[in-house]
Design a protein around this ligand. Sequence first.
Ligand SMILES: Nc1ncnc2c1ncn2[C@@H]1O[C@H](COP(=O)(O)OP(=O)(O)OP(=O)(O)O)[C@@H](O)[C@H]1O
Ligand SMILES: [Mg+2]
Length: 408
Amino acid sequence: MGRVAGIRIKNYGSLKDIKMGKLLSDKDGTELSNINAIIGQSGTGKSTLADAFGFLADCLEKGVEVACDLNGRGGFDKVISQGIQDSIEFELYYRETSNSSPITYELSIGLDRTGRPIVQKERLRQRRVKERYGKPLSFLYLEMGKGYAFKGNDTGLYEDSVTEVGEKVNVELADPRQLGIVTLGELKEHPRIVQFKDFLKNWYLCYFSPTSAREIPNAGPQKYLNRLGNNLNNVAQFLHREDPQEFRKVLKNIQSKLTGISKIEPVKLQNGQLVLEFSEEGFTNPFYSQKMSDGTLKLFAYYLLLHEKEPRPLVFIEEPENGLYHKYLTDLAVEMKKSVKGGYSKQLFITTHSPFFVNALSPDEVWVLEKQKDGFSTIKRASEYDHVNALNEEDINLGDLWYSDYFG
Ligand SMILES: Nc1ncnc2c1ncn2[C@@H]1O[C@H](COP(=O)(O)OP(=O)(O)OP(=O)(O)O)[C@@H](O)[C@H]1O
Ligand SMILES: [Mg+2]
């Protein structure tokens, strides 16, 4: 499904200009890993980074004007870095598979003459299929909703030249507050735009809340956990319906990670709902998930997330340690690492304050945000700090190094 090899964010809250991984505008960077943890003191911009990913997904779904107001963002003026009279900009370097040539997506959002947020510029670029080197071609280019796109899989316009390849169509969007990739991503003659839009559409930001997870929702199978995780039982119902035996295996696997739980069973109620019964050591009768502790439910939700069928390509988790016993966190990080290992099917981003979580990670998988004197944050990969790689290779865990102020 693809993964983000690099991202650049400009003028988004405290993130005035940060780069992570490899980009078209910075080829020297190393591509992002399948698991990326973001650490840093309070107020350094971890949640802002998570929200920037959410903002991009919201722009796709609702258009840029609505996205500026969603999730308590408070409008364009509050979102853009304070003191900046420019646009909010994103550059995303994305790769479908290890041998496909990367796609660069650029998006600038500013204000129109009436002061309403608008897409100022949007561009998709990719090198031609048979070329390993050279400048990538723009196969979608829009300014203020007007521009062009090239049909097919291997077409575009050479940068700095007038050579055109393939069929070019002029594009004028009816609503310049919507992203062009939404309109063109519905047309099968633009397969790469379709692919990229589908990738972005399936991003998932999760903020599990045990209180919500305790609600018994309406019956009905649902493929994916929602933002708060309050459709846990519906997802269980989906997995059970798809393959009951496989689902039992998943439950058994999860149960082995939950201390004090001896069995988890799916039980169908008379009204068609499916609930989960947790058997706890020491008790004869099982408890429904509604009665489980906050931490158990949260951990269960994370593990279920890691077992989703056809996983979403990008998952952003904020502070998984909240409400969890600290010793569970290294295991959780290990399981997360296992679930994304190799391949291009799933990529995880996690903000955390927990050295226990970071202990399971390598220096390339950890990013440190630091606030500078001007109030804006910079970001650095843990592997860029002196001594960290060498000490980590000597089996000193990364979280312990962080806790001992070797970095961050
Ligand atoms: N428009 C803006 N321009 C510049 N800075 C901003 C803007 N809006 C908010 N900020 C700053 O950005 C920071 C936001 O921090 P954020 O919530 O992302 O931190 P965090 O790393 O998640 O912290 P915590 O660990 O407490 O969750 C705040 O310090 C705030 O002052
Ligand atoms: Mg935060």
